[in-house]
Design a protein. Structure first.
Length: 215
């Protein structure tokens, strides 16, 4: 089996735009909500309100993907969040989704360059390197309109991906975005709404559905 790492959206918590930009509210949620407290990756999304009498929310469309280690002070001056307010319509709302990500690895080979250090750095989902990897990979899947950097489809040209994954003989990266609730079923970019698992082949820049082939 080729070396493969997987990042799965294990859980998520949605906050309305108004709560996210309120520093006191954000401080409270970070101290009292386990998912928000442990989250380092967030999605800024827009949702459409459907229905005349009973309002239902559409699937969230990803507008921006970011990472933060300081949630209280991140969102009130957030330029992208403010810009997002200019592209929503009357029947749409903005929300910030805080993601809890799970890491897994499977393969037969040990990493060849300082294997223990490399593995520990990648698997530590609270490590800045790992967080930035996750952020970039999700950006390349969803292609959010407000992400100026790393928003291209060529994974192989990303310096961080090359340095930490390709140069260490990682061949595949899985992104698992499956969530049961409709309001956590993120859409946008190359996401196929009927598929939860996506695989980047780091040898040829192809993206496919499902797990990579076992050799």
């Amino acid at each position: 089996m080729n070396d493969t790492i997987c990042y799965k959206i294990q859980n998520a918590y949605m906050l309305p735009y108004e709560k996210a930009i309120d520093e006191k509210a954000m401080d409270y949620y970070e101290k009292n909500n386990e998912i928000i407290a442990s989250s380092r990756i967030y999605f800024i999304c827009k949702l459409r309100l459907n229905g005349f009498i009973i309002k239902r929310l559409s699937k969230p469309e990803v507008l921006y993907i970011g990472e933060t280690f300081d949630k209280k002070n991140r969102f009130s001056p957030h330029k992208k969040l403010l810009k997002a307010t200019t592209i929503v319509k009357k029947n749409e709302i903005l929300a910030v989704y805080f993601l809890h990500i799970r890491f897994s690895y499977f393969g037969l080979n040990q990493f060849q360059n300082n294997p223990l250090d490399i593995f520990n750095e990648i698997k530590d989902i609270y490590n800045k390197t790992s967080i930035r990897l996750v952020e970039r990979l999700f950006i390349k899947l969803f292609n959010p309109v407000l992400n100026d950097k790393h928003n291209d489809e060529n994974v192989l040209e990303d310096n961080l991906v090359k340095k930490k994954l390709i140069d260490n003989f990682i061949q595949y990266v899985n992104l698992d975005v499956g969530m049961n609730d409709n309001i956590f079923n993120f859409i946008g970019g190359r996401r196929n709404e009927s598929q939860d698992l996506y695989t980047f082949d780091l040898t040829n820049n192809e993206m496919t559905f499902g797990h990579p082939l076992i050799e």
